[in-house]
Design a protein. Structure first.
Lengths: 318, 244
């Protein structure tokens, strides 16, 4: 028996959230952890998943998989579950992973849960904790079927390095033409930036920054902290920042170690996207801004004054 | 063209969430229910397409008990032509997707929200696509019909992709696909007489069971730092919070 993990590749690297998925699969103690990677990626990068508990990687090198087609990925993983005699598939929630997981669950008649935040309790059945109501609550869900598919939220398990040997095996599989039912004609990605959903530190700005021309002082702080940058919804609605930076109920949900909100009032819809952050810092000139109620540390002051000082203090502390 | 829009009936985004009966039941006290915000985008795009393509019909479907009918009527007031309510508790994604798939045959385009804001599955669209054997894409930020082809822009981590597929297909929608629409008086009046068909659910095996709910632990007290002593914040983040 083995546990299958789909590891996602981005910019030639295995996503950090996928390493968490490998660690999660290892923590299940339900058999050998077999990772599956699709598309072009260096063997050395692939074998790094061994450090997180996988003992084998199946690698499908077909270049047609470099552009992810959800239906194709779902078929490959379904076949891999059969070939590896795996009852459980684990992967990270993402724009690719989550729909792939849902399809595999249907193809294999598996119980499926997304947004999983913790390793299961198996004392009585197989029960996982998942996030609901956009981070405002949790539910405990029992997976009834023998086959199980889990899509994990960031931080569901810690990607701790352990030692272990690993083999990378080419996985020969014939792809079904009919599965290529969508065609990606262009991909536009902000390269070099820290991906917001995976960032350990996020610095976000709101309407308090007054205009896109003032984002430099926020980016300076983000750079000093190796942080990703986010924004409130009106900021992306106004076109000050790209849409994929919009954090909140209707945008990206982040789960960093540290979230720094500058000039954001803290509307409940914004909080819904940040409530999984470990530590929240709020900088706002209005002492009554609702965000302070959800924060761990706060500074009442003008962003234009505080941000450069904070950046300098961070640099001085390195 | 026939468009099916799937709408969830969810607590307003400002709702405080509570549970009763030992954490086994959602507490509806003081909660206002709305059309899911993402589903509202799907509906708005459907109405735009109806206005642009003559002969287009828009049906809304909801899986829910009788209480959801006010939400369904709102969708009719916004401009949908008719509605289906599958009379059942929407207990899990697979159950909901199975019910939708049962009624979705014959539709060219099935629009949903990228995710429900109560369950946050982000999966019903993929499941319906799988059950019907047609493409599904989410989250879709732009959607244009070009003959039998659909051209879309889909958000991916840190960017977006342009993607095409043939009809019929399923799309999970998000902004800026369309502007939310507010019902006008005429819409509200006509919604009262538009057909709303109530059907019983198809039997589906339970694959998951929710045992109980829990609220996150309460946040500790905030620590304020003077604007004149910003460096102290950095020190605290290092030594106390240990996040730097
Ligand atoms: C269904 C729905 C979904 C929504 N989804 C989201 C979402 O996903 N994400 C989201 O962010 N919003 C969302 N919103 C919008 C949300 O309700 C708020 O309108 C929005 O978050 C406010 O953005 P803001 O804090 O940047 O702007 P404002 O509310 O205008 O706040 C600006 C803040 O900046 C402070 N400020 C001003 N000048 C300075 C200065 N010089 N220095 C320091 N501070 C200053 C002010 O005191 C104020 O607190 C949603 C709304 C609805 C109805
Ligand atoms: N009870 C329901 N009735 C109709 N449509 C639903 C229901 N629940 C979810 N949906 C649709 O499925 C989408 C994705 O939901 P989910 O997978 O739960 O995040 C939602 O945005 C709705 O469009």
């Amino acid at each position: 028996m083995s546990v299958l993990v789909f590891v996602e590749v981005g910019e030639g690297k295995i996503r950090k959230t996928s390493l968490e998925a490998v660690a999660y699969a290892n923590a299940l103690e339900a058999g050998e952890v077999v990772a599956v990677a699709l598309g072009s990626i260096e063997a050395a990068e692939l074998s790094s998943v061994g450090k997180y508990g996988a003992t084998k990687v199946l690698h499908v090198t077909d270049a047609r998989l470099d552009k992810p087609v959800i239906q194709v990925y779902a078929s490959v993983l379904t076949k891999a579950m059969q070939d590896e005699n795996a009852d459980i598939l684990v992967l990270a929630n993402s724009s690719l992973g989550t729909p792939v997981a849902a399809k595999v669950a249907i193809k294999t008649n598996a119980s499926f849960v997304s947004n999983v935040v913790d390793v299961p309790n198996t004392a009585n059945g197989f029960v996982v904790k998942r996030s609901i109501y956009t981070g405002k609550a949790f539910s405990f869900v029992e997976l009834k079927n023998q086959k199980k598919v889990l899509a994990l939220k960031k931080n569901a398990a810690e990607a701790k390095e352990i030692s272990g040997a690993i083999t990378v095996t080419p996985y020969a599989i014939s792809l079904n033409e009919a599965d290529f039912n969508t065609t990606t004609t262009a991909i536009e990605k902000a390269t070099g930036d820290i991906l917001l959903p995976e960032a350990e530190i996020v610095v976000s700005g709101g309407r308090g920054l007054k205009g896109p021309e003032h984002w430099g002082i926020l980016e300076d702080l983000a750079k000093a902290l190796h942080a990703g940058t986010g924004c409130s919804k009106p900021v992306s609605d106004l076109g000050w920042r790209p849409h994929h930076e919009h954090v909140g109920q209707t945008g990206v949900k982040v789960a960093p170690q540290l979230y720094i909100a500058v000039g954001i009032s803290g509307a409940i819809q914004h909080l819904a996207g940040v409530n999984s952050s470990k530590v929240i810092v709020v900088i706002n000139k209005d002492a009554d801004a609702p965000f302070f109620k959800a924060a761990d540390y706060g500074i009442v002051g003008d962003a234009f004054d505080i941000l450069p000082k904070l950046t300098a203090a961070v640099k001085a502390s390195h | 063209m026939k468009i099916l829009v799937c709408i969830s009936h969810v607590p307003d985004t400002t709702s405080k969430i509570n549970f009763t009966e030992n954490g086994t039941k959602f507490d509806t006290t003081g909660v206002q229910f709305i059309i899911g915000p993402y589903d509202d985008y799907a509906l708005a795009r459907a109405i735009e397409l109806k206005e642009a393509i003559p002969g287009t019909l828009v049906t809304v479907i909801n899986i829910g008990p009788a209480e959801t009918e006010s939400t369904i009527r709102k969708a009719l007031a916004i401009g949908a032509d008719d509605a289906i309510r599958v009379n059942a508790d929407p207990t899990d994604s697979f159950f909901v997707a199975s019910q939708i798939a049962e009624h979705a045959k014959g539709y060219d385009l099935i629009l949903m929200g990228r995710e429900s804001i109560d369950y946050n599955g982000g999966v019903v669209h993929a499941m319906v696509g799988e059950l019907l054997g047609i493409p599904s894409l989410s989250p879709v930020m732009k959607l244009e019909i070009d003959g039998s082809k659909v051209k879309m822009e889909r958000e991916i981590e840190g960017g977006h992709e342009n993607v095409e597929a043939n009809l019929p297909l399923v799309a999970g929608c998000q902004e800026p696909i369309a502007e939310w629409k507010i019902p006008n008086m005429r819409g509200i009046m006509s919604a009262r007489t538009k057909p709303l068909k109530v059907v019983e659910p198809k039997a589906v095996d339970k694959t998951v069971v929710v045992q109980k709910f829990e609220l996150p632990p309460a946040k500790g007290a905030i620590r304020m730092i003077s604007a004149d002593n910003v460096a102290e914040l950095v020190t605290l983040l290092k030594t106390e919070a240990k996040v730097l």
